[in-house]
Design a protein around this ligand. Sequence first.
Ligand SMILES: [Zn+2]
Length: 104
Amino acid sequence: MSNLAAIDDATLYAFLDAKWGGNSCEVCGVKEWSLGRTADMPWAAVPLVNAQNHMSSAYWAVVPVMCGNCGNTKHLYTGAVEAWAATTEGKSAIEELRKLQLNV
Ligand SMILES: [Zn+2]
């Protein structure tokens, strides 16, 4: 969780394209994924519980990804996104998506 601010929408959508491909929602079969975040609230936290069943101060940083048709919601772990974004494949895919967005 080094630089969450660097995980912008282009990075997240490039990651989803690379890893989820064109997969539809497994609940309703519709392809209508959207990111559940805003500029002010760019990610969510999943609190972790320790071995004594107490809430710890540790958490996973995630970005909600929601189906726009049925509301099925998943949590995208930002650590996986960051690791992928640092690879040659990730950098290339993010750059390509940013070029496409500029041409819209
Ligand atoms: Zn759905």
